[in-house]
Design a binder for this molecule. Structure first.
Ligand code: MN3
Length: 203
Protein backbone atom coordinates (compact mmCIF):
# COMPACT_ATOMS: atom_id res chain seq x y z
CA UNK A 1 0.00 0.00 0.00
CA UNK A 2 0.97 3.61 -0.39
CA UNK A 3 0.72 5.72 2.70
CA UNK A 4 -1.47 8.81 2.44
CA UNK A 5 -2.14 11.99 4.37
CA UNK A 6 -5.12 11.44 6.68
CA UNK A 7 -8.00 13.87 6.28
CA UNK A 8 -8.26 16.64 8.83
CA UNK A 9 -11.56 16.90 10.67
CA UNK A 10 -11.26 20.70 10.89
CA UNK A 11 -10.10 23.51 8.63
CA UNK A 12 -6.66 25.10 8.79
CA UNK A 13 -8.07 28.01 10.78
CA UNK A 14 -10.14 25.73 13.04
CA UNK A 15 -7.70 25.89 15.95
CA UNK A 16 -7.22 29.67 15.84
CA UNK A 17 -6.11 31.59 17.79
CA UNK A 18 -4.16 28.87 19.61
CA UNK A 19 -2.66 27.24 16.51
CA UNK A 20 -2.64 29.66 13.58
CA UNK A 21 -3.95 28.77 10.12
CA UNK A 22 -0.69 29.38 8.28
CA UNK A 23 1.23 27.05 10.59
CA UNK A 24 -1.47 24.38 10.24
CA UNK A 25 -1.43 24.65 6.45
CA UNK A 26 2.35 24.41 6.10
CA UNK A 27 2.67 21.78 8.82
CA UNK A 28 0.06 19.52 7.19
CA UNK A 29 0.57 20.11 3.45
CA UNK A 30 4.37 20.45 3.48
CA UNK A 31 5.88 18.78 6.55
CA UNK A 32 3.48 15.87 7.02
CA UNK A 33 3.12 15.36 3.25
CA UNK A 34 6.91 15.34 3.04
CA UNK A 35 7.16 12.50 5.58
CA UNK A 36 4.53 10.52 3.68
CA UNK A 37 6.29 10.99 0.33
CA UNK A 38 9.68 10.03 1.72
CA UNK A 39 8.23 7.02 3.56
CA UNK A 40 6.63 5.73 0.35
CA UNK A 41 9.84 6.28 -1.58
CA UNK A 42 11.91 4.49 1.09
CA UNK A 43 9.77 1.33 1.11
CA UNK A 44 9.33 1.18 -2.67
CA UNK A 45 10.31 -2.31 -3.83
CA UNK A 46 10.40 -3.73 -0.28
CA UNK A 47 7.29 -5.85 -0.70
CA UNK A 48 7.09 -6.98 2.95
CA UNK A 49 6.83 -3.38 4.09
CA UNK A 50 4.60 -2.31 1.21
CA UNK A 51 2.14 -5.00 2.25
CA UNK A 52 1.90 -3.94 5.91
CA UNK A 53 -1.51 -2.57 6.79
CA UNK A 54 -0.37 0.21 9.06
CA UNK A 55 2.62 2.26 9.99
CA UNK A 56 2.17 1.10 13.60
CA UNK A 57 3.01 -2.45 12.59
CA UNK A 58 6.18 -1.34 10.83
CA UNK A 59 7.37 0.84 13.73
CA UNK A 60 6.51 -1.75 16.39
CA UNK A 61 8.98 -4.24 14.89
CA UNK A 62 11.64 -1.82 13.75
CA UNK A 63 14.24 -4.62 14.10
CA UNK A 64 12.73 -6.18 10.97
CA UNK A 65 13.26 -3.09 8.80
CA UNK A 66 16.16 -3.66 6.36
CA UNK A 67 19.29 -1.78 7.46
CA UNK A 68 19.65 0.27 4.28
CA UNK A 69 16.25 1.93 4.74
CA UNK A 70 15.92 1.74 8.53
CA UNK A 71 16.77 5.36 9.28
CA UNK A 72 14.52 6.66 6.52
CA UNK A 73 11.60 4.49 7.63
CA UNK A 74 11.95 5.35 11.32
CA UNK A 75 12.25 9.09 10.62
CA UNK A 76 9.56 9.39 7.96
CA UNK A 77 7.30 6.60 9.20
CA UNK A 78 7.54 8.11 12.68
CA UNK A 79 6.79 11.52 11.19
CA UNK A 80 3.71 10.12 9.47
CA UNK A 81 2.47 8.27 12.55
CA UNK A 82 3.19 11.09 15.01
CA UNK A 83 1.45 13.77 12.96
CA UNK A 84 -1.57 11.56 12.18
CA UNK A 85 -2.05 11.09 15.92
CA UNK A 86 -1.36 14.77 16.64
CA UNK A 87 -4.07 16.11 14.27
CA UNK A 88 -6.66 13.84 15.86
CA UNK A 89 -5.59 14.91 19.33
CA UNK A 90 -6.80 18.45 18.69
CA UNK A 91 -10.23 19.90 18.01
CA UNK A 92 -11.86 23.32 17.69
CA UNK A 93 -14.10 22.20 20.61
CA UNK A 94 -11.15 20.96 22.63
CA UNK A 95 -9.62 22.07 25.90
CA UNK A 96 -10.80 21.68 29.46
CA UNK A 97 -10.10 18.46 31.31
CA UNK A 98 -10.66 14.77 30.62
CA UNK A 99 -13.56 12.93 32.21
CA UNK A 100 -14.30 9.48 33.52
CA UNK A 101 -11.70 6.72 33.79
CA UNK A 102 -8.89 8.73 32.25
CA UNK A 103 -9.45 11.61 34.69
CA UNK A 104 -9.35 9.14 37.57
CA UNK A 105 -6.22 7.42 36.26
CA UNK A 106 -4.37 10.73 35.82
CA UNK A 107 -5.30 11.76 39.34
CA UNK A 108 -4.15 8.45 40.73
CA UNK A 109 -0.82 8.56 38.91
CA UNK A 110 0.12 12.25 39.08
CA UNK A 111 -1.85 13.55 42.08
CA UNK A 112 -4.12 15.90 40.13
CA UNK A 113 -4.82 17.06 36.60
CA UNK A 114 -2.68 20.14 37.21
CA UNK A 115 0.22 18.01 38.44
CA UNK A 116 -0.02 15.95 35.25
CA UNK A 117 -0.14 19.13 33.18
CA UNK A 118 2.95 20.45 34.93
CA UNK A 119 4.90 17.25 34.27
CA UNK A 120 3.83 17.18 30.62
CA UNK A 121 4.72 20.87 30.17
CA UNK A 122 8.07 20.26 31.77
CA UNK A 123 8.80 17.40 29.37
CA UNK A 124 7.68 19.47 26.35
CA UNK A 125 9.75 22.48 27.31
CA UNK A 126 12.91 20.46 28.02
CA UNK A 127 13.04 18.50 24.74
CA UNK A 128 16.43 19.70 23.44
CA UNK A 129 16.10 20.60 19.79
CA UNK A 130 13.37 18.77 17.86
CA UNK A 131 11.08 16.16 19.32
CA UNK A 132 7.85 15.29 21.06
CA UNK A 133 6.35 15.08 24.56
CA UNK A 134 3.95 12.20 25.24
CA UNK A 135 1.48 10.70 27.64
CA UNK A 136 1.85 6.95 27.17
CA UNK A 137 0.90 3.60 28.58
CA UNK A 138 4.04 1.74 29.61
CA UNK A 139 2.64 -1.68 30.41
CA UNK A 140 -0.39 -0.67 32.46
CA UNK A 141 1.26 2.44 33.86
CA UNK A 142 0.63 5.99 32.63
CA UNK A 143 3.85 7.91 32.02
CA UNK A 144 5.05 11.21 30.59
CA UNK A 145 8.00 10.68 28.23
CA UNK A 146 9.78 12.57 25.47
CA UNK A 147 11.32 11.43 22.19
CA UNK A 148 13.85 12.99 19.83
CA UNK A 149 13.20 13.90 16.22
CA UNK A 150 10.36 11.68 14.91
CA UNK A 151 11.07 8.78 17.24
CA UNK A 152 7.96 7.23 18.65
CA UNK A 153 7.03 5.50 21.94
CA UNK A 154 5.75 2.50 19.94
CA UNK A 155 9.36 1.54 19.22
CA UNK A 156 9.88 1.35 23.03
CA UNK A 157 6.81 -0.87 23.43
CA UNK A 158 4.80 2.01 24.86
CA UNK A 159 1.37 3.07 23.64
CA UNK A 160 1.00 6.78 22.93
CA UNK A 161 -2.19 8.45 24.15
CA UNK A 162 -1.33 12.13 23.67
CA UNK A 163 1.61 13.72 21.87
CA UNK A 164 2.79 17.28 21.40
CA UNK A 165 5.05 18.27 18.51
CA UNK A 166 7.70 20.70 19.79
CA UNK A 167 9.68 21.00 16.56
CA UNK A 168 10.09 24.70 15.77
CA UNK A 169 8.04 24.24 12.59
CA UNK A 170 5.04 23.56 14.84
CA UNK A 171 5.05 27.00 16.44
CA UNK A 172 7.70 29.38 15.10
CA UNK A 173 5.49 31.49 12.80
CA UNK A 174 3.22 32.52 15.66
CA UNK A 175 5.27 32.00 18.80
CA UNK A 176 8.85 32.45 17.53
CA UNK A 177 11.24 31.42 20.31
CA UNK A 178 8.47 31.25 22.95
CA UNK A 179 7.90 27.51 23.07
CA UNK A 180 6.27 27.69 26.54
CA UNK A 181 3.50 29.95 25.14
CA UNK A 182 2.79 27.40 22.41
CA UNK A 183 2.74 24.56 24.96
CA UNK A 184 0.27 26.49 27.09
CA UNK A 185 -1.94 27.21 24.04
CA UNK A 186 -2.06 23.48 23.20
CA UNK A 187 -4.16 22.80 26.32
CA UNK A 188 -6.97 24.89 24.81
CA UNK A 189 -7.37 22.56 21.83
CA UNK A 190 -6.73 19.06 23.23
CA UNK A 191 -9.49 16.72 22.08
CA UNK A 192 -10.05 14.86 25.34
CA UNK A 193 -12.85 12.73 23.85
CA UNK A 194 -10.30 11.26 21.46
CA UNK A 195 -7.69 10.73 24.21
CA UNK A 196 -10.31 9.06 26.43
CA UNK A 197 -11.15 6.67 23.56
CA UNK A 198 -7.48 5.87 23.06
CA UNK A 199 -7.14 5.27 26.80
CA UNK A 200 -10.04 2.76 26.75
CA UNK A 201 -8.73 0.95 23.68
CA UNK A 202 -5.22 0.53 25.11
CA UNK A 203 -6.04 -0.12 28.74
MN1 MN3 B 1 5.71 18.53 12.98
Amino acid sequence: MMFKLPELSYSFDGLEPHIDAKTMEIHYTKHHQGYVNKLNKAIEGYSDLEEEDSIEEILAVSSSIPDDIKTAVINNGGGHYNHSLFWKSMSPDGGGEPKGDLAEALKEKFGSFNDFKEEFNNAASTVFGSGWAWLVFDGDELKVVKTKNQDNPISDNQKPLLGLDVWEHAYYLKYQNKRPDYIEAFWNVINWNEIEERYKENK
